[in-house]
Design a protein around this ligand. Structure first.
Ligand SMILES: *[C@@H]1O[C@H](CO)[C@@H](O)[C@H](O)[C@H]1NC(C)=O
Ligand SMILES: *[C@@H]1O[C@H](CO)[C@@H](O)[C@H](O)[C@H]1NC(C)=O
Length: 229
């Protein structure tokens, strides 16, 4: 095998540089596209929900469901089972974390919770079907059609909604309560939740303090709350 001539070496060098350049350009284009679509989703209007799988964007009272795409969810480890719809229960949780009052902070919480549920709890995805934030938005968890892993024994027949924060001694702000009510109303209207659903706190069903004593007292005043499952 003879060595390469100078010209061949030069040619290979130039080709290599061209290849690297096109790679860099490609990465830049993809990054710009990603951010453009991210911004589009943030600026969406009511007719164009930015949902990944059928979750509807804007609810009454300007409550929005922030889609998984928008909060940059990681994909589920495995696809959770489909729920049999409509479900009979809505189960209320709190996340037992700090609260949040703007979208950026709430998104950070939702992402951290998903990572914790997948990496430490070894669940396939974030446990809840939805979360609601102190910013007044709802956040898509497993959504309307996938079984959650929030309340052992009830996941197959419920939508689990978690309030971001800890509500043992403080009440969630009105907009966070409204976001939860809006999610439930929408679920009933669209046939995901039975019209005669029962509203329950997680602590009524399994050994937990959730959703915290103060929030529990609050949801006991809501129309569909039930003392027994
Ligand atoms: C979204 O909500 C609107 C208004 O409630 C409804 O007309 C539409 O069918 C919904 N879309 C989906 C995909 O559920
Ligand atoms: C978050 O919690 C703090 C401390 O309890 C409270 O002062 C604040 O009002 C809460 N903010 C929201 C948005 O819930």
């Amino acid at each position: 095998m003879g060595g390469l001539s100078r010209q061949q070496t030069l040619l290979i060098g130039i080709l290599g540089i061209l290849f690297l350049l096109s790679l860099v350009i490609l990465i830049v284009i993809l990054t710009v596209k990603h951010f453009e679509s991210f911004n589009d989703n943030n600026n969406q209007n009511d007719d164009s929900p930015a949902d990944s799988d059928g979750v509807n964007g804007t609810l009454p009272n300007n409550v929005r469901i922030i889609s998984r795409l928008e909060w940059v969810a990681q994909p589920p480890v495995q696809t959770p089972n489909e729920l049999t719809l409509p479900v009979s229960y809505v189960i209320i949780w709190h996340t037992a974390t700090e609260n949040c009052s703007d979208q950026a902070a709430c998104i950070l919480h939702v992402r951290t919770i998903q990572t914790f549920h997948i990496d430490s709890r070894h669940w396939w995805d974030i446990a809840y079907n939805f979360l609601v934030g102190g910013d007044g938005n709802a956040y898509e968890g497993r959504g309307w059609t996938k079984e959650g892993s929030h309340t052992y024994g009830y996941n197959k027949n419920s939508i689990g909604i978690a309030f971001i924060g800890t509500f043992i001694t403080v009440k969630p702000p009105e907009r966070q309560l409204n976001a939860c009510k809006a999610v439930i109303d929408m679920g009933v209207k669209q046939g995901y939740i039975a019209k005669d659903y029962k509203l329950l706190a997680a602590k009524q069903l399994i050994g937990t303090q959730a959703p915290g004593a103060v929030l529990y007292e609050e949801i006991k005043t809501w129309p569909h709350w039930s003392a027994l499952p």
